[in-house]
Design a protein around this ligand. Structure first.
Ligand code: PLP
Length: 389
């Protein structure tokens, strides 16, 4: 082959994190086949889809078997029934979003990755540590990234204080993956004010919004004026267990001017919609009955998180997250590095977590545990860590 490739791909670090974790666990398991390994590293849900969602999937599948109710191509931006259900979901926690500004997708990762198509050579500001897609999608597009450190001093919630007035694309993730930290209304309002003052655009990732129950903002649009400076990405992956079913949405408010027609054009050109059956399942998840079931599942994960949090408190290990998030982000004890602590937990307690260094330079010395496991495994892991730490 003799064609020029996108050289920007060479700038992306190969994503070794989860494959490195898997490799180390595999090697350990091969050497110690008698040991039961408990995995608290995964960012995937384990509870099945809820009965309301399953009923909707069956019903929609039956509709596809009948010529009079069969559906072909879905509308590129999503069926109205789902765009309206999403708008009602926002209204249920007091946030006003127009159904026509909601774009249905196969999940937040695709939209976060694709949205960067709309921008030219612009400055990009990304928190560190953070979900790696923001960084890699901008590197692929040839942009340079400025990082803002989340650390113990700022509670892993960087603020705009001290930043220059350069207009930027600003990524915010709340509740954050991996730190579980959540912006307060005041904290988020600072960012909205900064974006408006500087002509910046906030790309707000609210994939874990359903874990919030303390009144913290579940959407950037809880802040006045955000519809003039923010796009929001959300997903049913963690809210409704859709990691394998695939459905999410992006809100691009009309008040952002050129951006909404550009996203419409981009989606109409490169995307052909989410399957009808999945959109019906998503509508069911967002119904009152469906959401009550989803919240019961989230409560289960949060109880797991509380078990882990209680242990960390008992051991005097500083951590964030675990209350409005399935993630607990802890400081590795005794000044240990992320991978050193990973090996200690694997070899001495057969518990697997995720080294913080994998989420950015500022994550070194930290470690992520998740509450997505079963109660039984979480309890057993907590007992083992209680003995070890
Ligand atoms: N945003 C964050 C912060 C995530 O942690 C994840 C998944 O782990 C996503 C987005 C992607 O979610 P989806 O499954 O909707 O693509």
């Amino acid at each position: 082959m003799n064609i020029r490739l996108n050289e920007n791909f060479a700038r992306i670090k190969p994503s070794y994190l989860f494959s490195d974790v898997a490799k180390r666990v595999r090697e350990y398991a091969e050497k110690h086949p008698d040991k039961k390994i408990l995995r608290l590293g995964i960012g995937d849900v384990t509870l099945p889809l809820t009965p309301t969602v399953i009923r909707a999937l069956h019903k929609a599948s039956d509709e596809m078997a009948d010529a009079s109710t069969f559906r072909g191509y879905a509308p590129e931006y999503g069926y109205d029934f789902l765009r309206e259900a999403v708008a009602r979901h926002y209204a249920s926690f007091g946030v006003s979003v127009e159904a026509g500004d909601v774009f249905i997708s196969d999940g937040a990762k695709s939209d976060l990755g694709n949205f960067v198509d709309l921008f030219g050579d612009v400055a990009v500001l990304v928190p560190d540590p953070v979900y790696p897609v923001y960084v890699d999608s901008n590197l692929m597009a040839g942009r340079t990234i400025e990082y803002m450190a989340g650390n113990a001093e700022n509670g892993f919630l960087p603020s705009p204080a001290g930043l220059s007035d350069t207009p930027r694309l600003i990524y915010l993730c709340s509740p954050n993956n991996p730190t579980g930290a959540v912006y307060s209304k005041e904290g988020l309002a600072e960012w909205v004010a900064f974006a408006r003052k500087t002509g910046s655009l906030i790309l707000f990732d609210s994939a874990y919004e359903a874990f919030i129950s303390d009144g913290s903002p579940r959407s950037v649009y809880a802040i006045e004026g955000a519809n003039e400076c923010a796009v929001e990405f959300c997903s049913l992956s963690k809210t409704a267990g859709f990691t394998g079913t695939r459905c999410g949405w992006t809100v691009v408010p009309a008040a952002l001017g050129a951006l909404k027609p550009m996203w419409e054009r981009r989606q109409a050109t490169k995307f052909n919609g989410v399957p009808y059956v999945v959109q019906r399942a998503a509508e069911a998840a967002l119904s009152d009955e469906g959401m009550a079931e989803c919240m019961a599942n989230i409560a289960y994960y949060k109880e797991n998180a509380a078990l882990i949090a209680a242990l960390l408190r008992k051991k005097g290990i500083p951590f964030t997250g675990g209350t409005a998030s399935p993630y607990l982000w802890l400081k590795c004890p005794d000044g240990m590095g992320s991978w050193e602590f990973f090996d200690k937990l694997l070899y001495e307690a057969q518990v697997v977590g995720t080294p913080g260094a994998g989420f950015g330079g500022a994550g070194e010395g930290y470690f992520r545990l998740t509450a997505f496991g079963s109660r039984e495994n979480t309890r057993e892991a907590v007992e083992r860590l209680d003995k070890l730490l």
